[in-house]
Write a protein that binds this ligand. Sequence first.
Ligand code: HEM
Length: 243
Amino acid sequence: MIKKREESVITGRLESYGNDFLGLLVKANHDADKRMKLSVDDVIDECKTFYVGRHETTTSLLAWTVLLAIHMDWQDKARKEVVELFGKQNPTPDGISRLKIMCMIVNESLRLYPPVVSLARQIHDKVVLGNLILPAKVQVSIPILAIHHDPQIWGEDVDLFKPKRFAQGAAKATNNNIAAFLPFGLGPRNCVGSNFAVTEAKIALSMILQHYRFTLSPTYVHSPAYLLTMNPKHGIQVKLQAL
Ligand code: HEM
């Protein structure tokens, strides 16, 4: 694919490598500034990061939102909101940004079942955090899953699916510990695809809700398991009823 892009520019069929993701990476591979230049291996690694980082995580998020099959009250509320905004038409960008109930549902799914369960960081310079001294080069693991299930932050109902806790945003839901909700990480290396992922999940869920009512199949076994991302080990079997 990289070679094809290069050939298209060499033969004059295309004026540039393109403005899509691959085009920008190939352009960086040809950067005259050596400090900015990416090697071909870097380009391939970036593509792999995007593919794995994008696909597995968003699939996991969408899978858990289908647990609305258990919480029929929230499924009905979400469908009402979707139908009021879009009817049976395809979702629009403007409408997607106005989906309040769905936003709460997506956040609560990301809280209970964060696709990425922990983050790794290496300390650059020694830091002191309260009583804690972290020397340089120490590796630190940030346990997203454990933080998302801490009753001191979220309350005694921490293990329940309660989208309403996000009704007034993440700050209120975390009792002003905003860093305690971190499905997409935090800081300068946080997820570059977070908006894309949430929008994609909202579009998919809206379209399912527009066309189907879904209930949980008796064969479903609740089995969250960490296999690269947090996924239902035995899948989520639902019964679809066309509307
Ligand atoms: C529900 C879906 C997703 C979740 C939960 C998720 C989660 C994360 C997390 C936790 C990180 C590490 C952030 C940190 O270290 O602070 C990350 C990084 C990253 N994600 Fe996502 N992600 C999702 C979807 C996507 C999508 C759709 C894309 C691409 C379109 C993407 C591309 C990336 C990339 C390239 C990085 C590395 C960023 C860097 O190192 O600077 N992710 N993601």
